[in-house]
Design a binder for this molecule. Sequence first.
Ligand code: MGD
Ligand code: MGD
Ligand code: MO
Length: 800
Amino acid sequence: MTRRDGIGDPWGRRTPYAPGEAWPVRVDSHLADGLEPSDVERWVPSAAVLHSNGDGLDIAVAGGEIVGVRGQARDRVNHGRLDPKDLFGWQANASPDRLRTPLVRRGGVLVEATWDEAMDLIVSRTKELLEEQGPGALGFHTSGQLFAEEYYTLAAVVRGGLGCHHLDGNTRLCTSTAAAALKETFGCDGQPSSYTDIDHADTIALFGHNMAETQTVLWTRVLDRLAGPSPPVLLCVDPRETPVSRAATLHLAPRPGTNVALMNGLLHEIVEHGWVDQDFVERCTVGYDELVATVADYPPERAAEICGLDASEIREAARLLGTAKRLLCTVLQGFYQSHQATAASVQVNNLVLVRGMLGKPGAGVLQMNGQPTAENTRECGADGDLTGFRNWANDAHVAELARLWNVEQKQIPHYGPPTHLMQILRYAENGTLRMLWVSATNPAVSLPELHRIRSILSQQRLFLVVQDAFRTETAELADVVLPAAMWGEKTGTFTNADRTVHLSEKAIDPPGQARSDLDIFLDYARRMDLRDQDAEPFPSWHDAESAFEAWKRASAGRPCDYRGLSYRKLRAHNGIQWPCNDEHPEGTERLYTDGKFFAQPDYCESYGRDLVTGAPTEPMEYRAMNPEGKAMLRSAGYFPPHEEPGEQFPYFLINGRTIYQFHTRTKTARAPQLEAAAPEVWLEVSEADAGSAGLVEGDLAEVRTARGSVLARVRVGGIRQGVLFLPFHYGYWDLDQPADKDGDRAANELTFTDWDPVSKQPLFKTAAAALHKVEATPEPPRLPVPSPVEEQVVTSGAGR
Ligand SMILES: Nc1nc2c(c(=O)[nH]1)N[C@H]1C(S)=C(S)[C@@H](COP(=O)(O)OP(=O)(O)OC[C@H]3O[C@@H](n4cnc5c(=O)[nH]c(N)nc54)[C@H](O)[C@@H]3O)O[C@H]1N2
Ligand SMILES: Nc1nc2c(c(=O)[nH]1)N[C@H]1C(S)=C(S)[C@@H](COP(=O)(O)OP(=O)(O)OC[C@H]3O[C@@H](n4cnc5c(=O)[nH]c(N)nc54)[C@H](O)[C@@H]3O)O[C@H]1N2
Ligand SMILES: [Mo]
């Protein structure tokens, strides 16, 4: 077991390995200062909660407190390793400013209240609104950070119990495009590939994915392959220089918002050179001719012109992808948070399909998740889908769900797709939605165009409930605040980006009167006196394990089949990939190995949407197009982003993450090591642009868009010229004086309200901006620790 410098050395020591070998174990750990392993009273099994990787870990407990963490050597995901946020982030649980009691707004201020007072307010408001307006007056905005049991319960309560259509997760902001792209191609959500494909791949391509900073342990797996014999070729597509681009064999830095043109150009070359697995295409797919027709318009010269690249770069990238023997592609926010998000992401699926790179070790696609439990939000139907990847447009699926819940079929709204978050907010804005219940998400920092979000959430006529562990920017606007137990303080299961299910056990008691989200949702259902058709209390379950058993029944026979799992089984062997059932009792490493898909018209989760307009495809149309349920090669032409640099706003502003902070920092800012590593917002500017704006490293700059402005210290770096980058983690300077005090610092002050037509994911990574110097640096700037990238690769011939 190594205690390591998780800040200065975030990826740790290399453990090189060869293709097809097992990834060596390296156990990372961190304990509170002065503690030795012998001081730990109990190690409680769990998994990492500050990203989607799902690294198995044990929580160290002493004196009723969490005192550290240790990676699990036997875990299939991390083989013992931990990322910086996991090494230190647990300290947030013990933060003195945790919410300990409910709060209610009286005379304009939030004051402490009892659970009875708080819940009575919520229940009486719900009943009034149901009476006056019906369930359309209610909205629920949940998370990608709760447990499966909690999402399943929320979905049952909201859709089955209240008959309300307005339930979505912050997964809408995160990986609704992953879900949409998988549905477009495979007819159903569900990750085709496995992290173990990294062990076998000879070519790994990352599309808009800064894996080194956002899935740190997965990246160490890649680094260990790069350091071993026969390393894989690495392709990086990102307008910025990142630790990934620095390790890459080839880095394409396209103009932001041009992913579709790039992908079409790459596929053009692959078709042109005959790098197509015709047998696979014939056997397993529909739509090849249409795909060829779409990409015919994107010869490398045209794609290069749109993307601001050299045609030779596109040719070279196509050659690497086209001649790979075991090709693994990953996709994340650089693709998902832009205007043609789904169209770009399905082209990565297409690339893998036309090359026949599916269902065998080292080949495939990972349409990544971001949050630790985003997969569960989607499976359980706490987002814009129905429980168990059921199809809202297929009456038989809705009837099945109604039978399961013992409610009338018409009780479950399915007159159209479940309402997506951006539409829920629009209803709140125009006053038709009058109660919004926000659980485990901080929209006052994470949603686009914050001045609009603030004005929506702070309306008098909107009753806002916020369920969180901390008094966040959003909680400050609430009418009722409910104190929640967090990870480590409750039991439940969660599923990572490669379908691996972990059981996370309760290690300590929550602070004060805080309660688990599951208990809160169930308490609400009881107080609302929700009943099924036999007048029995609904939902019928009462704790985490009974909720899990109920969820297993709901998943039965669906692609995400959990029937073969149980708490007992997960206690014996944590980390099992679904589907897990009689046919696959030990779980399933890869989907679609037999060339069969979940796309049959009667079984599929979705009939798909038009990639340009987002209009849902009619069931008859789908049946005609794909009667046998093959994989679908869908494609679209390129359109320019909806906001592009011009005279007044000459830069393209993008945003994203740093390795040391998580989202709106409610946890990582409370871990001293992490906060010290990246304490303040900064602005990444290319050398050329810094020169022309008269800026040097550390100067204070203002970046302005049509929505607002942010002040940040300048970091001069290897970003594409004409592009600026802000980390999005930093909320208001001061909770008491949101915005406009010393200039704002939240990236979302600058973003705008718009979304991908198919996935409805907001376009966070698009804005035209102006840049001005405000003040020269007075002294060496207090900047975040630069990512210590230089030593990340032990070169025994990285790349080729
Ligand atoms: N340290 C840390 N890790 C995290 C998180 C965190 O907050 N902090 N959050 C987790 C979550 S929820 C998520 S969703 C993931 C996100 O993980 P990532 O998607 O890897 O993170 P981002 O930094 O948002 O975006 C990735 C890259 O997209 C690039 N990009 C921007 N615009 C474009 C474009 O138009 N085209 C292309 N090709 N690239 C573009 C950016 O330069 C950036 O480097 O991370 C997870 N892991
Ligand atoms: N500009 C810009 N904006 C973005 C993005 C971007 O790249 N750029 N990325 C988007 C993405 S991918 C994401 S995922 C979102 C993330 O956005 P948010 O979801 O708003 O971010 P978090 O800070 O993770 O908020 C989670 C909240 O849940 C609380 N919490 C944690 N555990 C629990 C629990 O067990 N129960 C309860 N009740 N509360 C809990 C935390 O204290 C925190 O307040 O941001 C999105 N916004
Ligand atoms: Mo995310």
